[in-house]
Ligand binder design. Structure first.
Ligand SMILES: Nc1ncnc2c1ncn2[C@@H]1O[C@H](COP(=O)(O)OP(=O)(O)OP(=O)(O)O)[C@@H](O)[C@H]1O
Ligand SMILES: [Mg+2]
Length: 427
C-alpha cells in the first residue's frame, strides 16, 4: 500500500506509543514532567519540512485580522468592547507577505466579523492564521478561534478556551497560582458588586494583609498598557477601580505593585526554522528575552499607542552576562506553557520586585508580530529574535510548521483540509 505522508508521519511516532505500553503511566508521566519532552513529535523534522513545503505551494490561506463593528454588515447589533479595539490589519499584512516569501501562492486577508464563514467558504480556505483580538463583546479574542473550530478550518492560533484564559488576566493568574507559578497577589472587583471596600475585614485586607501599597489597578482584559493605573495607597485604589470599571464595564484587577526591572520572554512550540533547516527541539522554544527599559520616573511601561517601541526602550538581554535571569525567565515560560497545555506562541510580561524576584504579570496570546521597520520601530518579539539566530521569516515559518505538526500529531481530526491536500499531492 502506498505510504501517504500522514501515514508515514504516524509510522514515525508509533514506537513511542508501543513504548508506552511497556512502561507504567506513572513512569511515563514522570519522564514527561521532568524534561518537558515532546516525544511523539521528536523524530520527524525532515519529513515535516517536506510536508510543509508541499502544503505551502498548494494551500489557500487566510490571515484574519480584527473586523470593525462600525462597518456596515459586520455585526447584527453593535455592543460594548471591554478590551480596547484594534484591527491589527497592518501586522496581518506583514504575516501575509512573509508567507508569500515562503512560497504560499494563495493568501488573502480577511476581517473577523459575521461574514467570516461565508468568506472562508468563497475563497476555499484550507488554513487560517489568527491575528485578531476580535470584533466586540466579552472574550472577543476567542471568537474567531471558536468560529473556525465550528467551521472545521484549521488555523495557527490558540484554541478558544486557551485564548480566553490567556486574555483574562484574573483567570490566567488563578491558573498560575494553582500551578505554583509566581504572580503578584491580587483581587478582582466588579462595579455590580457595589462600591469596593478596602477597609478592615474586607476581602481586600484579607488578601493584602499588612501590605499598604503601592497597587496597580488595571482591566482584566487590556492591551498596550491602556487604563493601567498606579495607586500609591488603598484610598486611591477605590477611585481608580471605579474609573477603570466605568471605561471597561468588566472586572477590574487590583494587584501589588512590583517596583523592579521589567522583562519579556516569548515561547512557542518546539519546531523551529533556523539556518535554513527545520529543527525539532526537545521542549517548547523560548526566545526574545528582552528588558523593557523604564525611565527613572516611569512606573508603568508607556503604551505603544503613545510612544512607539524602539530599540532604546527595549533591550535584548545578554545571553552571557544575564544567563541567570534568562534561565529564570525560561523556567517561568516553560512552566506556563506546560501547565496550561498551550500549543502556540505567547509572550510573557514579567516584572521583578525590589529584591529581584520575578513574577508573571500577564501572557499575551497574540503578541505583536510587526515585521522589522526601516525607521527602527520594532516589536518586543522581533527585537529579541536576533539572539536566537532567526529572522522574521524564520519565525513565521516556524509557527506555521509547528502548528501543522501539532495538527498532524495531536489533532488529526481537525486537519482534514490539509490531509486531503497532501493526499492529492501524493496521488
Ligand atoms: N503588578 C504590577 N507591578 C508593576 N507594574 C505593573 C504591574 N502590572 C502592570 N504593570 C505595568 O503596566 C504595564 C502594562 O500592564 P499589563 O502588561 O498587565 O497590561 P497590558 O495593557 O495588557 O499590556 P501590553 O499589552 O502592553 O503588554 C506593564 O508592562 C508594567 O509596566
Ligand atoms: Mg503587558
Amino acid at each position: 500500500m502506498k505510504n501517504f505522508p500522514l501515514e508515514s508521519a504516524m509510522a514515525d511516532v508509533a514506537p513511542v506509543h508501543s513504548g508506552l505500553k511497556s512502561k507504567t503511566t506513572v513512569q511515563h508521566l514522570r519522564e514527561v514532567k521532568e524534561d518537558f519532552l515532546t516525544p511523539r513529535r521528536s523524530t520527524r523534522s525532515s519529513e515535516l519540512l517536506g510536508q510543509v513545503q508541499r502544503l505551502i505551494s498548494k494551500m489557500r490561506v487566510a490571515v484574519i485580522y480584527g473586523g470593525d463593528k462600525t462597518c456596515e454588515g459586520s455585526v447584527i447589533y453593535q455592543t460594548h468592547n471591554p478590551r480596547s479595539w484594534k484591527s491589527y490589519e497592518t501586522v496581518a499584512a506583514d504575516i501575509k507577505n512573509s508567507l508569500e516569501r515562503a512560497g504560499c501562492q494563495n493568501v488573502v486577508l480577511l476581517p473577523d466579523d459575521m461574514n467570516l464563514g461565508e468568506r472562508l467558504r468563497e475563497h476555499g480556505i484550507e488554513m487560517a492564521w489568527l491575528n485578531t483580538g476580535g470584533v466586540q463583546g466579552y472574550c472577543a479574542v476567542s471568537h474567531a478561534a471558536a468560529t473556525l473550530e465550528m467551521l472545521g478550518v484549521p488555523y495557527v492560533g490558540h484554541e478558544p478556551l486557551s485564548a480566553g484564559i490567556l486574555d483574562s488576566k484574573h483567570v490566567f493568574k488563578r491558573q498560575l497560582a494553582g500551578a505554583g507559578v509566581p504572580t503578584a497577589r491580587f483581587i478582582t472587583w466588579h462595579g455590580a458588586q457595589g462600591p469596593l471596600n478596602t477597609g478592615p475585614d474586607s476581602h481586600f485586607s484579607e488578601v493584602f494583609e499588612s501590605y499598604e501599597g503601592p497597587f496597580i489597578v488595571k482591566p482584566v482584559s487590556g492591551r498596550a498598557s491602556l487604563n493601567v493605573e498606579f495607586a500609591p495607597d488603598h484610598y486611591c485604589v477605590e477611585q481608580l477601580a471605579a474609573a477603570v470599571f466605568e471605561k471597561t464595564e468588566n472586572h477590574v484587577l487590583i494587584e501589588q505593585y512590583l517596583g523592579g526591572k521589567e522583562y519579556c520572554v516569548a515561547i512557542c512550540g518546539p519546531t523551529i526554522m533556523r539556518d535554513g533547516a527545520l529543527d525539532r527541539l526537545d521542549r517548547p522554544f523560548t526566545f526574545a528575552h528582552v528588558e523593557r527599559v523604564l525611565a527613572d520616573d516611569e512606573r508603568i511601561f508607556t503604551s505603544m499607542d503613545q510612544k512607539p517601541i524602539t530599540g532604546d526602550r527595549v533591550r535584548a538581554m545578554d545571553p552571557e552576562k544575564e544567563s541567570d535571569v534568562i534561565a529564570e525567565l525560561d523556567h517561568l515560560a516553560q512552566m506556563t506553557f506546560q501547565q496550561l497545555d498551550l500549543e502556540t506562541l505567547i509572550r510573557l510580561d514579567v516584572r521583578a520586585d525590589e529584591k529581584g524576584r520575578l513574577y508573571i504579570l500577564e501572557a499575551n496570546p497574540k503578541p505583536d508580530l510587526k515585521a522589522p521597520q526601516q525607521d527602527g520601530v520594532t516589536s518586543l518579539i522581533v527585537e529579541g529574535l536576533l539572539n536566537a539566530g532567526m529572522s522574521y521569516d524564520d519565525l513565521i515559518f516556524s509557527l506555521l510548521a509547528d502548528r501543522i505538526d501539532v495538527l498532524f500529531s495531536k489533532r488529526r481530526g481537525s486537519a482534514n483540509p490539509l490531509i486531503n491536500l497532501l493526499t492529492h499531492c501524493e496521488g
